[in-house]
Design a protein around this ligand. Structure first.
Ligand code: ADP
Ligand code: MG
Length: 253
């Protein structure tokens, strides 16, 4: 792959107590591409994603070994600013979790924390990122109503807008469409395909068809091990490992 490596993972192992959830994972995540992490439930997909933004460290009893670097910087370096690291990454989870405040305040939240106070500037930012996540037209007349009044699909796009408003480099999605209906899912997928021109996107999915639609690069995990990774074309059309062949055949019929 001619693209630069954005996230470099080397011999990463993660233990929850005595259970090893990730076993010696090494992979390069390409910049400004969509990487899909696929594999059956419980194989470590979420754990890998949470390692990238170091949410994994905040879980009791977790032990991590190995290396992850982002643009060449080791993220486990004790001197690293974890808040800054997380600012570089927007995370979409399985169910949208808008903050219990208005649509406007959800998007303005991050920029306000980062010191932007002027109303005119905030207005611009809110409009910009709501447009960026294709939500503006639907909410422009009710910006100051609670985010909880939106449909689940709209809430997920609002969470995307909120994430983008802190100007991340990377978008992480943990089965971000699993709570959405087909139309709302499609809108998120379309968004990802547009956003990859400017962001590195890593999306966990157990929907293989979604991986086929989205992925430039595929990482297949099975029981905590990385079985196969490579350009999507290769992994889907001519998987090298029997486990990958079985998984792809079992799901794509
Ligand atoms: P996936 O996202 O692929 O379904 P996870 O990364 O959530 O898989 O989980 C991988 C393994 O780690 C599973 O066996 C799961 O039970 C275990 N696990 C995940 N989170 C925790 C936790 N907080 N405490 C203990 N075990 C966990
Ligand atoms: Mg998961």
């Amino acid at each position: 792959m001619e693209n630069h490596t954005h996230i470099r993972v080397r011999e990463l192992s993660v233990y929850y107590g005595r259970e090893q959830a990730l076993k010696n994972i090494s992979v390069d995540i390409p910049e400004k591409r969509i990487t899909a992490i696929i594999g059956p439930s419980g194989c470590g997909k979420t754990t890998l994603l949470k390692s990238f933004n170091r949410l994994i460290d905040s879980i009791d009893g977790v032990r991590v070994s190995g290396e992850i670097s982002m643009n060449g910087d080791n993220i486990f370096n004790p001197k690293i600013d974890v808040t800054l690291l997380r600012k570089k990454m927007g995370l979409l989870s399985q169910r949208p979790h808008p903050l219990p405040m208005s649509i406007y305040d959800n998007v303005a939240y991050g920029p306000r924390i980062h010191g932007i106070r002027k109303k005119r500037k905030l207005d611009q930012i809110v409009e910009h990122y709501l447009k960026e996540s294709s939500l503006w037209e639907e909410v422009r007349d009710r910006l100051h109503t609670p985010a909880s009044g939106l449909s689940v699909g709209q809430q997920q796009r609002l969470c995307l807008a909120r994430g983008l408003a802190v100007e991340p480099e990377i978008i992480l999605g943990d089965e971000p469409t699993s709570a959405l209906d087909p139309t709302a899912s499609q809108r998120i997928e379309e968004k990802f395909l547009q956003l990859k021109a400017r962001y590195t996107i890593v999306v966990v999915t157990h929907i293989l068809r979604q991986a086929v639609r989205l992925a430039d690069y595929v990482v297949f995990l099975y029981l905590g091990e990385l079985i196969e990774h490579g350009p999507a074309e290769e992994v889907f059309k001519s998987p090298k490992k029997e486990l990958t062949q079985g998984y792809i055949k079992g799901v794509i019929v």
